[in-house]
Design a binder for this molecule. Structure first.
Ligand code: DP6
Length: 346
């Protein structure tokens, strides 16, 4: 007999960035972070998990058809925790099939090119944890599962929810209170849109995992960001979302992205994630906002050159329309080097 479950998980893009770990093994962050979840119609990971006593050991994992290393410490941490929760169920009800003892086969597909440099580990680990929780019929809440997904990749803990999600850094050494919580569902602010400018599809030069460790170890700007700047911004951002105040949402988003990239530049040796095209996107957004006389577009950059631009549906023409025109024209800003993926929040 084969037991099986399938699920999908969305991509999330942080507007207050996670950068820095106080515990690299458990992925415990030095500061809280906050993200907007993108629509699964555009960007998501679909994962199927099955288990059977007839499967051969060890567990296996494929992503877009290629076998992945299931023995990595991160994947093992997630599988171990999920099996432990299943074992508790099996111990309390001995009639349940012993799924926790069976080898797992996990098959994942992204509906976007992994090579596009878009955050795929977040959706990937969120889908992996959710699907095994479903397979094992665990009654855990998304927040409880976020504690497990965090150990796969920090940002993955935010992809267990839709809408606006905070990852509270927590203070416990075992990470039990370092979890994701919903700030507001997507229905609270359904006009939110995201435009992703794929500046480069190449794999990033410095991975976020090693980049943030280097920043923590060497940047003197970093403690200021983690201890003072971000805690204040978390509160401003939550309020802006609850008030549907795009002006504050946009300003805080852009300043936090710039603050994160400033600590990267302040790392020894310096880390550059943004390039000339990224900076041209920043200037475009500045011009759009100047022409509008208020903030109607906000950029943010993760650990790579691609821009994510947030705006409201009512400004579709002024923001997305303009970027698409430029991308479409031969002699335009990015020429043929960029492409755009549009997404609703979800
Ligand atoms: C810049 O979650 O990829 O996207 O925990 O080491 O897997 P690990 O790092 P990861 O880092 C994401 C960094 C970021 C900011 C963010 O998503 O908050």
């Amino acid at each position: 007999q084969v037991f099986q479950a399938s699920t999908t998980a969305p991509v999330n893009i942080a507007v207050i960035k996670y950068w820095g770990k106080r515990d690299p093994k458990l992925n415990l962050p030095t500061n809280s972070s906050l993200s907007v979840t993108l629509s699964q119609l555009d960007l998501r990971t679909h994962t199927t998990a099955s288990c059977s006593s007839s499967f051969s050991s060890p567990d296996s994992l494929t992503l877009n058809g290629s076998p992945q290393d299931v023995s990595s410490a991160r994947t093992q941490a997630c599988l171990r925790e999920l099996r432990q929760l299943r074992r508790q169920l099996e111990d309390s009800d001995t009639k349940l099939p012993k799924l926790s003892e069976m080898p797992l086969r996990i098959v994942s597909e992204n509906n976007f090119p992994t090579a596009a440099g878009l955050a795929s580990s977040a959706a990937g680990f969120a889908a992996l944890v959710r699907v095994i929780a479903d397979l094992y019929q665990l009654s855990s809440t998304p927040t409880e599962l976020s504690r497990i997904a965090r150990q796969g990749s920090g940002s993955a803990c935010r992809s267990l929810f839709g809408g606006y999600v905070a990852w509270e850094k927590g203070t416990e050494a075992d990470g039990s209170d370092s979890v994701a919580v919903e700030v507001a569902p997507v229905s609270h602010w359904p006009e939110m849109r995201a435009l992703i400018l794929v500046v480069s599809a190449e794999k990033k030069g410095v991975s976020s995992t090693s980049g943030m460790q280097a920043t923590v170890a060497t940047s003197t700007l970093f403690p200021e960001r983690a201890e003072r700047t971000v805690p204040k911004r978390m509160e401003e951002m939550k309020k802006a979302i609850l008030d549907r105040d795009f002006d504050t949402f946009g300003k805080v988003t852009m300043r936090d992205s710039n603050s994160f990239h400033a600590t990267c530049l302040d790392t020894d040796p310096p880390i550059f994630y943004m390039n000339d095209i990224s900076r041209a996107a920043v200037r475009m957004v500045e011009e759009i906002n100047q022409a509008a006389g208020k903030v109607i577009a906000a950029y943010t950059f993760d650990a790579g050159p691609n821009a994510v631009i947030y705006y409201l549906a009512e400004n579709e023409h002024a923001v997305a329309g303009l970027f698409k025109n430029i991308l479409g024209s031969k002699d335009g800003w990015a020429g043929s080097r960029g492409s755009a993926v549009q997404s609703n929040s979800e």
